[in-house]
Ligand binder design. Structure first.
Ligand code: MFK
Length: 475
């Protein structure tokens, strides 16, 4: 007899209303005078995230960016063609204020919680448009802190605009062939043109958000004696004199145009003093690392929503999956991992909001500095583990491309390399301990116990132990 059974796939409901953790966070952390408006906006965004944004993200994933190097008559144009879905997701990011809300600061120190909640809902339906937004936000912060008046009135205004026609995204070009983690090997040279103007020559090997209008990048400056500096300097540029060599063929994040670029005398402006590049770009990194955590928890939430829904409609051995005790226990354990990551991440977001509005105490500033690399590495690894389990929970269906489930795992792998690997971030935590006495501050604040000695070879054990104990003590 013909078998006419077809399994229904998982479905998403309004991703704000269905998210207990986020709804509770807003109730608990946002003062009542701001709360209603924020809840209304998040509800609206939660509807889009399971509606039109989801459709646009599918369109973007199915229509990968293309590099068109020459026009019909042989001129070099290096145009990166992106899908309609990708363009729509960019417009949505501007209109919803996914970067802007952080800088308008209408909710004072709570603005970051609001803005990161928007990002958290946007990310899993954005085909990783969240990546250009991370660098846009990081660049806005760097310009706000270190830029001159001209950069503030031009670039900052565009990066934080809510108008799709005005809105700019920014790249952050650090990685070269000589190094991703160790940027000291940067071989891009900045030739002085007078004042703070320079021309850059070099190759940037891994640049995401290549369609952005501007970028922040690092280079070594040639001084008046013709000597090339050892230290790195930070530059602002608007796209000019750049060749796109090719788009990268990546494990995941297919919709996101990532490219290799040659800077052929690119006009650029120095930010800060020569040699201060790493220090200056750290303010970008500390923002993009928190974005990474928000995107990791958003990604986990999406994976869990899908498997939890599926478990109520897939039947095996005479019962829905959710009614099988072992399956239920597995899903509950994954949910518990997610909740820990959610709590940890939004704690750091709360501190970031305080720091940016001058309301953080010295202790809070130190905690923010030291725990930013820790939350980033912790959530990235948990996201990979949770997504691997979720793929498995779908059985064979989870291994079939067009269910969309395998992509969850491929994309999750980016979180641990995007903005620094686990080991590099663990060492950054040690840097904060050494330079700022962060471990003593954390021990006093969270009552840490039995932390292994903070030295390079035990850095991973140190950071995971710190993370678990901090999470334990957060209410
Ligand atoms: C979404 C999909 C994306 C698509 C795929 C993406 C794939 C990934 C592609 C990439 O390549 S992403 C970029 C990955 N690379 C990084 O994130 C860089 C990782 N490396 C680091 O973070 C290193 O720790 C760092 C480059 C910063 C180390 O450089 P140095 O020159 O050895 O640092 P040094 O000398 O210790 O510090 C210089 C100054 O900066 C010091 O201040 P002082 O001058 O006052 O002493 C440091 O304290 C300060 N500093 C360093 N890190 C800091 C910081 N300050 C605050 N916060 C930090 N995090």
């Amino acid at each position: 007899m013909h078998n006419d059974f077809y399994q229904d796939g998982p479905e998403l409901k309004n991703t704000f209303l269905s998210d207990e953790s986020l709804r509770e966070l807003i109730e608990k952390k946002i003062p009542v005078n701001y709360r209603l408006q924020i809840q209304k906006h998040l509800r609206d965004v939660g509807e889009k995230a399971c509606g039109e944004w989801l459709e646009w993200s599918k369109n973007a994933e199915n229509n990968k960016p293309k590099l068109i190097q020459y026009d019909e008559w042989g001129r070099r144009i290096d145009h990166i063609e992106v899908s309609e879905g990708w363009k729509n997701l960019e417009k949505a990011a501007a209109t919803e204020g996914i970067v802007a809300a952080a800088y308008e600061r209408q909710q004072q120190e709570f603005s970051r919680i609001y803005q990161m909640a928007l990002l958290y809902l946007y990310h899993p339906s954005s085909a990783f448009f969240s990546c250009p937004l991370a660098m846009t936000d990081g660049a806005a912060r760097a310009i706000e802190l270190h830029g001159n008046d001209e950069l503030k009135s031009r670039a900052f205004t565009k990066l934080t605009s809510r108008s799709p026609s005005e809105f700019w995204t920014s790249g952050q070009w650090m990685t070269e062939r000589t190094g991703g983690s160790d940027v000291s090997g940067t071989s891009t040279i900045a030739e002085p043109e007078g004042g703070s103007e320079y021309r850059l020559y070099g190759t940037k090997w891994f640049t995401s958000a290549t369609t952005s209008q501007m970028a922040l990048t690092l280079a070594k400056v040639r001084d008046q004696n013709g000597e090339i500096s050892k230290g790195l300097s930070l530059f602002y540029l608007e796209k000019n004199n750049i060749e796109v060599m090719r788009l990268k063929d990546k494990l995941g994040t297919d919709a996101l145009p990532t490219a290799e670029l040659n800077l052929n005398g690119t006009y650029a402006q120095l930010i800060g003093a020569p040699g201060e590049g790493v220090k200056r770009i750290s303010s970008v990194l500390n923002i993009t690392r928190i974005y990474n955590s928000i995107c990791s928890i958003g990604h986990m939430r999406r994976a869990l929503d899908l498997t939890q829904n599926y478990a109520t409609k897939r039947s095996a051995f005479g019962a829905f999956l959710i009614n099988h005790p072992l399956h239920k226990k597995t899903l509950n354990e994954l949910e518990a991992e997610f909740k820990k990551c959610f709590k940890f991440t939004f704690y750091l977001v709360e501190l970031l909001g305080k720091e940016e509005t001058g309301k953080a105490s010295d202790t809070e500033k130190k905690i923010l500095r030291a725990l930013t690399p820790v939350v980033k590495l912790y959530t990235a690894r948990k996201c990979m583990q949770v997504c691997s389990e979720v793929v498995e929970s779908f059985g064979g269906a989870g291994y079939i491309e067009n269910t969309g489930i395998p992509r969850l795992l491929r994309d999750a792998q980016v979180f641990s390399i995007w903005e620094g690997t686990t080991n590099i971030l663990a060492l950054d935590f040690l840097r904060a301990c050494e330079k700022e006495g962060a471990l003593a501050v954390l021990t006093a604040e969270f009552g840490l116990k039995n932390i292994p000695e903070p030295k390079a070879e035990s850095a991973r054990e140190v950071v995971f132990s710190v993370a678990e104990q901090v999470i334990q003590s957060l209410t």
